[in-house]
Design a protein around this ligand. Structure first.
Ligand code: SAH
Ligand code: SF4
Ligand code: F3S
Length: 453
């Protein structure tokens, strides 16, 4: 098959959430399928694809700096192109479309979140005709999962079960750039999971902006618990999912923790705030009391469950008392991990019009106080595993020391252990080894491999 991508190199740079990372795997799969060769660095790449994020301002502005600095990076000597092709997709592509080529005139292609499959055609247009190509659609006509995928790791797979979001939390841009929630038929999900299991995948992470409402559009009521049952039946070793909206987390799903063989004892349950007034202004549609009740139920179902959350500090109008309520909630739950964000105004969202007059220093102080509480609990929670032996899915070696393996425990903690003598890291990558934990820090555990699984 002759395609314009034969002998061409491409590099995909990804910002943002797992959904974007997964979309990037599909893009790589498509371009590889057409004869392109994936490379790691910008210098080597004839085609450069940015998969962008605009959930907060920091992610948004990073793109401009990166694209601007490319001007000084020459094309490789034996490239079939005269000029490197730069494509921007993902959430900024979706939001800005044609506008983006005005801000960044040397962009060649802009595409959105609903038309990943169009990228090869748009690139081909630039290769054959020059000029630039922009295509952004209002909604998806099909699931990107119908495209081939080049997975980042052979042992782990992301599996989208829904795309889009219907929740319209008032601070959040995601529903505007990802469209309305759409569920994939259960048979398609199971078939894809079965293919992964047959290919030796150890861990599947189900993806959706709110997995708990999976199936509402297709079947009239959520069927997420059934998805968990069906995936457990495929024989997958480890099953995880993200993200859960507390308002839709059902008792039926909670009951799966500690019961389903493959479901890992870890849950990310974004609280966003502990103040009922702020939660209302955020349109989260639950109270802190309801949230805490969910935590109790989860711990009843699975006492050792590791909980993580997202918190936004400095939402418009957040008072000292509101922040105290958030600090108390975080202290009461005792999370293994908390992702803390300072509120970032996103044009076009309802919160962008709310009065926002808290000084930045005050917000920063609140943020720092919260981080102290978070770290205290993360450290204490990890101490519970001292002396225990935990199964660790090996992901590679530690960034700081290539004689240490790095992997994940069932509770999603990072675990380090020295490589056994005579064993290469490559040989262990993707396998599950038992590690006896002899040190527990705030952000990782370390120990010794007691057997190779
Ligand atoms: N659908 C997921 C992920 C949404 S984005 C969910 O509902 O959890 C990930 C996190 O980014 C959110 O949970 C929220 O904490 C944070 N976030 C979203 N918009 C933000 C904004 N405008 N400012 C600061 N943080 C934001
Ligand atoms: Fe954004 Fe809320 Fe949807 Fe999550 S549930 S993507 S925070 S609107
Ligand atoms: Fe960012 Fe888009 Fe994900 S805005 S967080 S990449 S859905």
């Amino acid at each position: 098959m002759q395609t314009p991508f034969m002998n061409m190199t491409f590099c995909v740079r990804t910002f943002g959430c797992q959904m974007n990372k997964h979309d990037s795997e599909r893009i790589s799969g498509m371009l590889e399928g057409l004869g392109g060769l994936m490379v790691e660095t910008v210098e080597e790449a004839d085609i450069l694809v940015y998969m962008t994020c605009c959930v907060r301002e920091a992610a948004d502005t990073r793109l401009y700096g990166q694209v601007a600095s490319l001007k000084n990076v020459p094309l490789r000597d034996d490239s079939p192109l005269k000029k490197r092709i730069i494509a921007v997709g993902g959430c900024i592509g979706q939001r800005d479309g044609e506008e983006l080529t005005k801000k960044l005139p040397h962009l060649d292609v802009v595409f959105g979140t609903h038309n990943l499959a169009s990228l090869p055609r748009l690139l081909q247009g630039v290769i054959e005709e020059g000029g630039h190509q922009v295509e952004v659609l209002d909604a998806s006509t099909s699931f990107p999962t119908e495209l081939p995928t080049a997975r980042e790791h052979s042992w782990a797979a992301w599996l989208p079960i829904t795309i889009g979001c219907n929740n319209f939390c008032t601070y959040c841009i995601v529903p505007y750039v990802r469209g309305r929630e759409k569920s994939r038929p259960i048979e398609d999900i199971v078939a894809e999971a079965e293919r992964y299991v047959a290919a030796g995948v150890k861990e599947i992470t189900l993806l959706g902006q709110n997995v708990n409402s999976y199936g509402r559009d297709l079947y009239g009521s959520p069927r997420f618990a059934q998805i968990l049952d069906a995936l457990d039946q495929t024989g997958i070793e480890r099953l995880r999912f993200a993200t859960s909206h507390p308002k839709d987390l059902s008792d039926e799903v909670i009951a799966k923790f500690g019961k389903l063989r493959s479901l890992m004892p870890a849950l990310h349950l974004p609280a966003q705030s502990g103040s009922d007034a702020v939660l209302k202004a955020m349109n989260r549609r639950y109270t802190s009391a309801h949230y805490l009740q969910l935590i109790d139920k989860l711990r009843d179902a699975c006492p050792d469950i590791a909980l993580s959350t997202d918190i936004i500090v400095g939402f418009p109008g957040e008072t000292e008392q509101d922040f105290e309520d958030t600090a108390r909630l975080v202290d009461t739950v005792g999370y293994h991990q908390v992702f803390t964000f300072i509120y970032s105004k996103r044009e076009g969202t309802p919160a962008a019009k709310m009065v926002d007059n808290t000084p930045h220093e005050v917000i920063q102080q609140r943020f720092d106080r919260l981080v102290d509480i978070v770290q205290k609990h993360a450290y204490e929670k990890n101490q519970l595993d001292l002396g225990r032996t935990v199964p660790v899915l090996v992901e590679g070696t530690s960034k700081r020391d290539n004689l240490l393996i790095a992997g994940k425990s069932p509770k999603n903690q990072t675990v380090h252990a020295p490589l056994p003598e005579g064993v290469s890291a490559d040989a262990l990558e993707g396998s599950i080894v038992n590690v006896k934990v002899d040190e527990a820090k705030t952000w990782y555990l370390s120990g010794t491999i007691v057997d190779n699984g």
